[in-house]
Design a protein around this ligand. Structure first.
Ligand code: CO
Length: 219
């Protein structure tokens, strides 16, 4: 092994540890996955999804990007959401932001080079929409923290408004959307109380949640 031998050593040790307590662990892994959760989080190395919620391989379907953005035109995110909801039938979608998010901070500062700037612009728009409220917070750290929270709320709303989730709700599939934030300094998660299960009728919805014209296949 010529490159990064330490990482391969770590991998071998991890396999040995797993199989010492559960010899069939990897045999089961290769058959299927039935994770109850989709995690949409920041790519930040300090926010390792499985680790901070104590979940094993197979329990958490994960999509991470810079600043946990849920964009309608992001085929990567939307494909992960589609697979998680339509195929894996996850019961919960967790959007998890974090305080100290560099992507969110960048949106409070001068433009950066594309393509990062194009991505950060999703958060600049959120900032502009709430500029008066955010600028009223004089302490810059507090303003940054608030924008981290507002960003989570906005991305939860984007998940709820997505065609994939609204179609799932319309056909009666149970999928609950959550907005959480992680504190790098304490390691603690906080529920931002944004939980939505789709049972309340959305404005413009045409019926009581019973699918009328869906041609999607049942599993
Ligand atoms: Co971040």
């Amino acid at each position: 092994m010529r490159y990064l031998p330490k990482l391969f050593e770590n991998n071998r040790r991890w396999v040995a540890e797993k199989t010492s307590v559960d010899p069939d662990f990897f045999a089961r892994q290769q058959n299927s996955q039935e994770p109850p959760f989709l995690w949409i989080g920041c790519a930040d190395s300090r926010v390792p999804a499985n680790e901070i919620v104590g979940l094993e391989p197979g329990q958490l379907f994960v999509h991470r990007n810079v600043a946990n953005i849920v964009a309608e035109d992001d085929g990567n995110l939307q494909a992960a959401l589609q697979y998680a909801v339509d195929n894996l039938k996850v019961r919960h979608v967790i959007v998890c932001g974090h305080y100290g998010c560099g992507g969110v901070q960048a949106a409070m500062g001068d433009p950066v080079e594309p393509p990062l700037e194009d991505w950060i612009d999703h958060i600049r728009r959120i900032y502009r929409d709430r500029q008066a409220q955010l600028d009223a917070i004089e302490d810059m750290d507090a303003r940054w923290r608030k924008l981290c929270e507002v960003n989570v709320a906005e991305q939860v709303a984007n998940v709820c408004a997505s065609r994939i989730v609204s179609d799932a709700w319309r056909r009666g599939q149970q999928v609950v959307i959550h907005g959480w934030i992680y504190d790098l300094g304490s390691g603690l998660l906080e529920d931002l109380d944004l939980t939505t299960d789709g049972l309340r009728a959305e404005p413009g919805s045409t019926d009581d949640g019973v699918a009328t014209s869906s041609t999607r296949d049942s599993p």
